[in-house]
Design a protein around this ligand. Structure first.
Ligand SMILES: *Cc1c(COP(=O)(O)O)cnc(C)c1O
Length: 239
């Protein structure tokens, strides 16, 4: 049996090849795309191995799992990204370890994050999660604000103490006009990102693409891909 370190190194090398190939195909520099490894459901020991293998960005989607894991790995040179649906009663914990939250999707969350960031004396980078399948003015089933709510939310983040709007995040929708069309979905996200930069020029991060569709995201122009199972293996339970 191959040991875990070798397994992770092999998987990372394959993902790295995929990102490099996608960048080359799109005429982009490899440096334009940052790999975030989504470590949800996997133990702190894997995070430690990934750090030794050169990973610098990791992501989690549940505070209950992420908080102890981040504490166990606090000696490592890692940036933690929070990518899951976030309840306001969890934000105090999340701001203690996360440098970026990718799932900001409502005013109440902006208010809570701002208060927690101020209290912790930290600056928090916020990405607005866009639900490309949500109706106007609504939120998506898996979180995210409808495209027409993005600019207002960005203004709220920019005005909130302790928070900075840094870009957009999406998950390719399973329903609606973009179902099974990740390339088109990510293209639409890029249009929204262009609109956003007109009023918030520093909000230039585009977080899109996972194990199954990272090539589509890189082709569209994503700056950050969030890859879980292709690096760590198929998750043992829903996460
Ligand atoms: C789990 C998760 C990922 C990674 O998904 P994989 O298919 O395992 O690569 C990316 N983004 C979010 C928001 C996730 O919850």
């Amino acid at each position: 049996m191959t040991d875990r370190r070798t397994q992770l190194a092999d998987n990372l090398a394959r993902v790295e090849e995929r990102i490099s190939a996608a960048c080359a195909a799109a005429g982009r520099e490899r440096e334009e795309v940052t790999l975030i490894v989504v470590t949800k459901t996997y133990p702190a020991s894997d995070v430690r191995l990934l750090s030794e293998l050169g990973v610098r960005h990791v992501a989690e989607n549940r505070d209950q799992d992420a908080a102890p894991k981040a504490a166990e790995c606090s000696d490592l040179p890692l940036t933690w990204h929070f990518v899951g649906q976030l309840q306001t009663n969890k934000v105090r914990s999340v701001v203690n370890y996360a440098g970026l939250v990718h799932s900001v999707d409502r005013s109440r969350l902006v208010t809570a994050l701002s208060a927690a960031a101020v209290r912790a004396g930290r600056e928090l980078d916020c990405l607005i999660q866009v639900a490309l399948d949500a109706e106007s003015g609504a939120r998506g089933e898996r979180g995210g604000v409808a495209p027409d709510g993005v600019l207002d939310l960005a203004d709220e983040i920019a005005a909130a103490e302790g928070l900075r709007p840094v870009g957009l995040m999406t998950v390719a929708p399973l329903t609606g006009p973009f179902a099974d069309r990740p390339r088109a979905a990510f293209g639409r996200l890029m249009e929204i990102a262009t609109d956003l930069r007109a009023t918030h020029p520093a909000a230039n991060m585009v977080s899109a693409g996972m194990s199954a569709d990272l090539e589509d995201a890189v082709a569209a122009g994503a700056t950050h891909v969030r890859v879980g199972s292709a690096v760590l293996g198929v998750r043992p339970r829903l996460g």
